[in-house]
Design a protein around this ligand. Structure first.
Ligand SMILES: C[S@@+](CC[C@H](N)C(=O)[O-])C[C@H]1O[C@@H](n2cnc3c(N)ncnc32)[C@H](O)[C@@H]1O
Length: 197
């Protein structure tokens, strides 16, 4: 039932700091930003972080000079983000598939797409396209290997992502991540894709 906020909210309630939470931004924030800036991402543009959890990545992006919205449909995630980072970021409780906020210049996706049930992947790509301005960038950090564990997160092969994204995006970069957290080393990859006009 990962499509329902109660599933995630219960994990935040029971575990306080769930297994995916690294108590800080992923070290892939600067790596993904450097790639995207070389491909046209402008400093100061608007970025949405879907499935932002406790908001570490969103706050790191704001500190680097972007106008950031952190979105999550689990109330305890948004409460935790507000407690940790205050109002530097626009925090919003909402469903990525249904939000009417935006459009944004860019999406920063870390552990949200891979948390989706694989059957929802095409709809997720459509949502990314719908929430971006024409020419907007979708930045994503994904797993191609989840150590054989049942998801979420679910492994997403690079080729499959290229095909999925290709419906609405031009894939500008797709390649292995080099600055992963040690617990994730060798299992993550990065994508930067541009919404077709
Ligand atoms: C694995 S957690 C990752 C959280 C955060 N990105 C991090 O790395 O700490 C996935 C998050 O996505 C959120 N989420 C899942 N489906 C969502 C949806 N349809 N709309 C908004 N948030 C969603 C969950 O509530 C959860 O906080």
């Amino acid at each position: 039932m990962t499509h329902h906020p109660d599933y995630w909210n219960r994990l935040y309630e029971e575990e306080g700091r769930p297994g995916w939470d690294m108590d800080g931004a992923t070290p892939l924030v600067p790596e993904l930003l450097e790639l995207a800036q070389a491909l046209g991402l402008r400093l100061g543009c608007s970025i949405v972080v879907p499935g932002c959890g406790y908001g570490h990545d969103a706050a790191a992006l704001e500190a680097l000079g972007f106008a950031v919205t952190g979105l999550d449909f689990a109330p305890l995630a948004i409460q935790g983000a507000m407690q940790r980072y205050g109002d530097r970021v626009v925090w919003t409780q909402g469903d990525w598939f249904r939000t009417h906020l935006g459009p944004w210049d860019a999406v920063f996706d870390h552990t949200c797409f891979v948390a989706m049930d694989p059957g929802r992947r095409p709809a997720y790509v459509e949502a990314c396209a719908a929430h971006l301005r024409p020419g907007g960038l979708w930045m994503a950090a994904l797993f191609h290997d989840v150590n054989g564990r049942p998801g979420p997160p679910h492994a997403l092969p690079m080729d499959e992502l290229r095909t999925l994204a290709g419906a609405s995006f031009e894939v500008l970069h797709l390649g292995a991540a080099s600055r992963s957290h040690p617990r994730r080393a060798g299992r993550e990859y990065l994508m930067v894709a541009k919404k077709r006009a």
